[in-house]
Structure formats: C-alpha cells, structure tokens
Design a binder for this molecule. Structure first.
Ligand code: IPM
Ligand code: MG
Length: 355
C-alpha cells in the first residue's frame, strides 16, 4: 500500500488531480485499534469517500480464539462487498511479453500472449447464500455428527446485471465472452446459462460461448490465448482468477476493481490486490507491489473517470517490467534481462516512470 500511495501521489502531481487520501485501519489493524475488523469510524469514512483503496486482509494463524464471523475476511472484506453492493469484480490478467519467462506455461502454450478479464460476480452464490451454518445432527444409526451447510443461490436479476458488465467490457476489448457454469449438474448453472444467453442477444456484436468450469480450468492451462472476457459466479471466479494470475506470472501482479451500480455517472468502487497478505514475507521488502499499484490505476479509471492517469500508471508498470525489474515472485534467473529488486525499489521505479 505504501508503494501504491507513492505512485498515486506522483500521478496526482503529474495530472494535477485533486485527490484527497485518508487512511484508516481495517482487518487485524482494526481489531488492534478498535476491537473490530471493520471499525465504525473506518466504515463511516468509506461511506463519505468516492472510492476505497484496500490493502490485503487476513492472517489465518493470528488469534484463533476470535470467532470466524468476526475475522477480517468475513467481518471486513465480505461485509464491505455486501454493504456497498459491489457485485461486479473485475480482474484483468495480462502477461506482458517481457514476463514470458515468469509464466509457468511453455512459450508455445502462451500463444500470442495472455490477456484475460475475469468478471466475477461478488455478492451472491455460496459466499452469501442462506442458510449458512454448522450444526450438530443425528444420523440414521443414532450417532451424532457435525454438518456444514452453504447455500448456492442466485436470482435472475443478479445474473443479468453481472452479464451486462461482462458484455459491455467485451465491447471495449476483443468482443468475446466465455461464460462459466456447471449447467450439467447444478440448477444454478442452468439458470446462469439461460440468463447469460438471453442477455447476450442484446449484444449482437459480442461473441458468447459457454464452458463448464472444470473444462475452463483445463483450457486456461492448455490454450489461455482463447479467452477474452471470462464471466463467472462468485466461487468459480475466485478459483479461476487465482489460476489466471499464476499464468500472468504471479498473484502479486493481479489487481481488482469491485464495482456497484453507476448512479449519476459516478461509480463507487473498492480496489484491492486479488492476493492475500502473504504473512511469511511481511516487512521484508520482498512483496510485489504491482497488484496494489494497478488497483490504484483501476480506481482512477472506474471511480474518477481518469483513463489517462490510469493508463500512465499501467504504462509505467510495463516500462519497469520491460527494463527488467523483478520482485522475487516474478524473478527467473533464466531471463538474462531480469534484475531482482525489493518492494520499495519497484515502487520508486514505477513512481518515477509515471511522470
Ligand atoms: C479474493 C480472496 C477472498 C475471496 C478471501 C480473502 C475471502 O480470495 O478476493 O479472491 O475469497 O473472495
Ligand atoms: Mg481469491
């Protein structure tokens, strides 16, 4: 986050953006500061703001006595997504040519390059469906056991609105949507497929194909270049976006935008790296700041309407990658151009390249 703010500051100066940044604690920092993963003051500040630039939350091993409903993942991240109606999660995955060495696929499988936009539904499905609980039950033989229940539920309007986001995004890209489901097994998959097909007819200029999620997981590895926009329900999108990020070199490269409805031309948004906190490398100047920096670029584009400033950041990232700068996660000694740098050095170089 420190590097993202550095880059944002350089960008604001260069483009003379009247950007006001206020910081507030969340996650374990919120628990430490105010006894809650999402302190009331932090939530109030979010409500007054035009956008949220979010760091990563969650340290699975810290203080196991705190109940799961109060832990940062559910009490901060999922709560904010729901509270602000952030149903559309955009995760752009790009493998720049210069990072070809960091892709786990052989060069011939990389095709003409990987450039995928995962459009993930973010406020429905298994994450939020009710009932959701763990209970004790008696089996037929009289023994007692635990049973966990999560509910996969979607309504037609929830599918329609995320489908519109995918088709509109495809129009600005290569004009193709691949919709992911499990229509051969799940009721949800059938409703998903029918609804997406119907909405697709409103976008005659966009190609639509449907793919089962298991096949999609395989196709990502075999022929990732076939994908443009990949439309998924919440859980499938969570899984496939990590897989796609690995193709693009590292989860440390994957930004995300979580958007709600646009009202009066303004889109409130939440911008966060798609990866987690990586506690094993915290504070060691090893983390890749690019996902956080690119999330700030998405914020300028989607919530502040400054595509020019967003592009300047994206170009700066490409430039430093092209120049060979690599944090550990994307460093490959087999690449003669690669030069290993720390988190700060990467942030400094990107900030310098923005102007
Ligand atoms: C993500 C993360 C979150 C999710 C976790 C931290 C709750 O994996 O944003 O992809 O599952 O949505
Ligand atoms: Mg995830």
């Amino acid at each position: 986050m420190r590097e993202a703010l550095k880059v944002l500051d350089a960008t604001a100066r260069h483009f003379q953006l009247p950007l006001k940044v206020t910081e507030a604690p969340v996650g374990w920092a919120g628990i430490d500061a105010a006894g809650k993963a999402l302190p009331d003051a932090t939530l109030a500040l979010c409500r007054e703001s035009d956008a949220i630039l979010f760091g990563s939350v969650g340290l699975p091993d810290r203080d196991p006595t705190i109940p799961k409903e109060e832990r940062p993942e559910r009490a901060a991240l999922l709560r904010i997504r729901k509270e602000f109606g952030l149903f559309a999660n955009l995760r752009p995955v790009q493998l720049p040519k210069a990072l070809s060495h960091s892709c786990p696929l052989k060069p011939e499988r990389q095709g003409d390059g990987i450039d995928i936009l995962v459009v993930r539904e973010l406020t429905g499905g298994l994450y939020f469906g009710q009932p959701k609980r763990t209970e004790e039950i008696t089996l037929a033989d009289g023994s007692r056991t635990q049973r966990a229940i999560d509910t996969l539920v979607y309504t037609t309007p929830e599918i329609e609105r995320i489908a519109h986001v995918a088709f509109r995004s495809a129009r600005l890209r290569r004009g193709k949507v691949t919709s992911i489901d499990k229509a051969n097994v799940l009721e949800n998959g059938v409703l998903w497929r029918d609804t997406v097909s119907r909405i697709g007819r409103e976008y005659a200029d966009v190609g639509l194909e449907h793919m089962f999620v298991d096949n999609a997981a395989m196709q990502f590895l075999l022929r990732p270049a076939q994908f443009d926009v990949v439309l998924c329900e919440n859980m499938f999108g969570d899984i496939l976006s990590d897989e796609a990020a690995a193709l693009a070199g590292s989860l440390g490269m994957l930004p995300s935008a979580s958007l709600g409805a646009t009202t009066d031309g303004r889109t409130f948004g939440f911008y966060e790296p798609a990866g987690g906190t990586a506690p094993d490398i915290a504070g060691k100047d090893l983390a890749n700041p690019i996902a956080q920096i690119l999330s700030a670029a998405l914020m300028l584009r989607h919530s502040f309407g400054r595509d020019d400033a967003a592009k300047a950041i994206e170009r700066a990232v490409l430039k430093v990658i092209h120049d060979g700068l690599r944090t550990g996660d994307i460093f490959n000694a087999a690449d003669p151009a690669a030069r290993r740098v720390g988190t700060r050095q990467m942030g400094d170089a990107i900030a310098a390249a923005v102007g």
